[in-house]
Write a new protein. Structure first.
Length: 99
């Protein structure tokens, strides 16, 4: 997630909390109860957001990991393209021997 995305989501959560407060007051809760319920829902949302982030970290489904994998694939592809036909044949024989 890019920095601007985090700022946007954070701002949306902040504005959403204010809107929840207004909605709870509109349905008849007093100011204190509306504040408590809107904060409780915001805490749940933030915990869910944080847990989804931690889940992606645990599964290594992060942007950095994907960029690193793409780079490694590109390096290996470049090395294969630079190999002579004899080197490719030797590599293929080594792979077949390992299997």
């Amino acid at each position: 997630m890019r920095r601007i995305d985090v700022i946007t989501v954070s701002l949306a959560i902040f504005v959403g909390g204010g809107l929840l407060y207004i909605v709870f007051q509109a349905i008849g809760l007093d100011g204190l109860s509306a504040g408590v319920w809107s904060q409780a829902l915001l805490v749940i949302v933030v915990l869910a957001w944080t847990s989804s982030y931690l889940f992606r970290v645990a599964n290594k489904d992060m942007t950095y990991n994907q960029q690193l994998k793409d780079y490694e694939d590109a390096v290996l592809q470049k090395r294969l393209e630079e190999m002579t036909p004899e080197e490719l044949e030797k590599l293929q024989q080594e792979i077949e021997q390992e299997e």
